[in-house]
Write a protein that binds this ligand. Sequence first.
Ligand SMILES: [Mg+2]
Length: 418
Amino acid sequence: MNELDLEKNKKAKVILHMDGDAFFVGVEVAKNPKLKGKPVVTGEERGIVSAFSYEAKALGVSRGMPIFRLKKEFPNVIVLPGDYKSYVKYSQMMFEVVRRYADDVEEYSIDECFADLTGLEKVLKMTYKEIAERIKREINNELNLSVSIGIAPTKVLAKVASKWKKPDGLTIIEEKNYKKFLEETPIEKIWGIGPKTSELLKRKGILTGLDFVNKKDSWIEGNLSKPYFTIWKELNCINVLKLDPELKSEYSSIQKTRTFHPVTNDKKYLLSQLSKHIEEACRKARYYKLVAKRATVILKTKDFNYFDLNIKLDVPINSPETLMSLVNEKINNIYSPKVFYRATGIVLQDLVSEITLQNDLFGNTEKTNKLKIIHKQIDLLEKKFGKRLVHLGSTHEALKIIEKGTDSDDLDRDLLFL
Ligand SMILES: [Mg+2]
């Protein structure tokens, strides 16, 4: 095939990526300015550190550290419970500031957004740099929060730019200098390139973003799957990933839970409830074109105790079959026939855009692709004829029984940092 004509494919865009600096802790400091400059962590309610201030980081605190260990090793660190309502509120206020300047804003996660600034220089009579400085200043003055901003011709390059200097950074990458930035960006730091792929690339001598973009398109297409070709193009200033203003940060995790009456110890019933939740959560993920890298199964007992089962998904998914078989396999880790339960739930976590889905290059993704095609068809049918047209056999039991209860979509975004 002919080599891709890079010049012809470039359509100049100006994309901004904004990322809150240690966001959860930033909000805590904004709420209580006395905490400024102090080592602070959140996550007390979960028993592990979920976010930390730069001061805590400097001491050696790391994410996921158990709180009891933290208290022993770093007695001066201030430990706070997560306050998700405030995080959501501040997140929305922060995005509103960006919307003062740009119409197209994609809320990518609770503390990250993309915005299309193309053409705004003329409209607003400001340079792109001035627009970014205004956004930073207004967020800082009005919300007492610090953010880092990157501006670049594509989304993937804008991510490189916002990470370039943190905290309080402002970095602009342009077509004329993008290779300079990529030369100093290790391959594993590029958005969408996961650990397995970076290992493979490194073995092939590709250590930096520059090594990657310098490969010919035919090499990329011949050696890697499609999402990486997209990343390659984006890194070469070719705009492929569109902004999705509909993508809301509420879906950085998707939760489905239901309380039922009466309480039960019937494993078959609990599994059918879970199967139903999993189908619903996956449907929602597909609607937003997201895939989950992790899932948590929750069983709540009659006495209001919680048991949770963490499932790491080697290949990110949004189809229920794989997840349900893992749940079947592992449910006995948290289920006991002697205990009565009042609720079940599923949380899909670490959601990422389907388009940057990292296929396991060594594993067989054929099954995943097949399921994807099947679910696309089901979603189309259900759109036409209504929900519940097709469901997993394991869900059947749950649908037969009409029970009282409440479905709730909860926001659980405690795992986002940086
Ligand atoms: Mg952040």
